[in-house]
Write a protein that binds this ligand. Structure first.
Ligand code: C5P
Length: 306
C-alpha cells in the first residue's frame, strides 16, 4: 500500500470546508445479507459546513483536535481519513488536524462523512498525490456509506448502501430555495434506526425514481415523492422528533421531512423572509434551527497556503 512517494515535504497549511447534506428522498429497498440496507436516495449538499485546518506536525504523529472535546480523538472519521492517506505515502509527515464543528453531530446531516471526504480531497491536493478517482472512492467507501457522495457533493443519486454515486443535473426545486433545519436535542445512531425498520418501511425505489425524473426534466418533484423510508420508525421511537415536526408545521412550514436517519428535520421555503420568520418563531420556543440553502462545492472549498 505504501507506494506513493512525496516529491518534497509539504509545508504551510491547508484549510477546507466540509458541507452538510440533506436527503431529498430515501427509499429503503430491503435488508442485505451483509447486514446493510439497499438504498436509493437523492442527496444535496447545503451551505452548513465544518471547517478543517491541517498543518504539518513537528513529530511523525497524527494530532486530532476538535471544537467538541468528545470528538478530539484518533477515531474521529477525519483523523481516520488522514491515516488512510498517510498509510499510502512512504514518507508521510506528521499531521495536525483541527476541526471546527458547526454541523450538528449524529444528526442525519452527514457531518462526520463530509469531514472525512474533505480530508481525503484536501490532502490529495495539498500533497500533490496522484490518487485515481477509484482509489479515492475505495478509501471513502471504507470509511462509511455516505463518504463517497461527499467527494463530489452537489445533487446526486446514491445507491447500493449509499456508496454508488451518480451526479444529477444541477436543477434544484424553486420551492426549496431555502431550507430550515430543526435539530431536536437528541442524537440518533444510524445503526439503531436501520435495526428498527420493518418490511412495511421498504419500497421499490419508486419515490427516488420519480423525483429523479422530475429533476432531470427541470421540474419540481411531487411532494409525495419527497419520501424518507426511515421516518416512520424515527417518529414512533423518538417523541422529541415528533414534537419538533409538529412545532415546524404549527410555525407555518409547508412541509416537513426527516433528513437521513435524523433526528434533523427539514422544511423547504421559496422565500427568505418566510424562512427567517419561521426560524425566529421556532428559536423563541427554544429549538435549534439552522437556515441553509443548497450549494455545489468546488475546488475553492480547499485553500493551500505556503
Ligand atoms: O456506513 P456507515 O458506517 O455510515 O453505516 C452505519 C450503520 O448504519 C451501519 O453499520 C449499518 O448498521 C447501518 N446502515 C445500513 N444500511 C446502509 C447504511 C448504513 O443498514 N445502507
Amino acid at each position: 500500500m505504501n507506494d506513493t512517494q512525496l516529491a518534497s515535504i509539504p509545508r504551510g497549511m491547508c484549510s477546507v470546508r466540509a458541507y452538510a447534506k440533506i436527503n431529498l428522498t430515501l427509499d429503503v429497498l430491503g435488508r442485505r445479507s451483509d447486514g446493510y440496507h439497499e438504498l436509493a436516495t437523492i442527496m444535496q449538499t447545503i451551505d452548513l459546513y465544518d471547517t478543517i485546518c491541517m498543518t504539518i506536525a513537528g513529530d511523525s504523529q497524527m494530532h486530532m483536535t476538535c471544537s467538541r472535546e468528545d470528538l478530539s480523538r484518533a477515531d474521529n472519521l477525519a483523523a481516520r481519513a488522514a491515516q488512510l492517506v498517510r498509510q499510502r505515502v512512504t514518507n508521510a509527515p506528521g499531521l495536525r488536524i483541527e476541526l471546527n464543528k458547526r454541523i450538528p453531530v449524529a444528526a442525519g446531516l452527514g457531518g462526520g462523512s463530509s469531514d472525512a471526504a474533505a480530508v481525503l480531497l484536501a490532502l490529495r491536493q495539498w500533497w500533490g498525490l496522484d490518487f485515481s478517482q477509484q482509489e479515492m472512492l475505495d478509501m471513502a467507501a471504507s470509511l462509511g456509506s455516505d463518504v463517497p457522495f461527499f467527494l463530489t457533493g452537489g445533487l446526486a443519486l446514491c445507491e447500493g448502501r449509499g456508496e454508488r454515486v451518480t451526479p444529477l443535473a444541477h436543477y434544484w426545486p424553486t420551492t426549496m430555495r431555502w431550507l430550515l433545519l430543526l435539530k431536536p436535542s437528541i442524537s440518533i445512531s444510524t445503526a439503531t434506526v436501520f435495526r428498527n425498520l420493518t418490511s412495511r418501511d421498504y419500497s421499490d425505489g419508486k419515490y427516488t425514481r420519480s423525483a429523479c425524473s422530475a429533476l432531470s426534466a427541470h421540474t419540481n418533484p411531487k411532494l409525495e415523492d419527497v419520501h424518507n423510508g426511515l421516518e416512520r420508525s424515527v417518529l414512533e421511537t423518538y417523541p422529541a422528533v415528533k414534537q419538533g415536526r409538529q412545532a415546524m408545521l404549527h410555525a407555518g412550514a409547508p412541509f416537513v421531512r426527516l433528513s437521513g436517519s435524523g433526528p434533523t428535520l427539514f422544511a423547504p421555503f421559496s422565500e427568505l423572509a418566510a424562512a427567517l420568520q419561521t426560524q425566529q418563531y421556532l428559536q423563541a420556543q427554544g429549538y435549534e434551527v439552522h437556515l441553509a440553502c443548497p450549494v455545489q462545492p468546488n475546488m475553492e472549498s480547499i485553500s493551500v497556503f505556503e
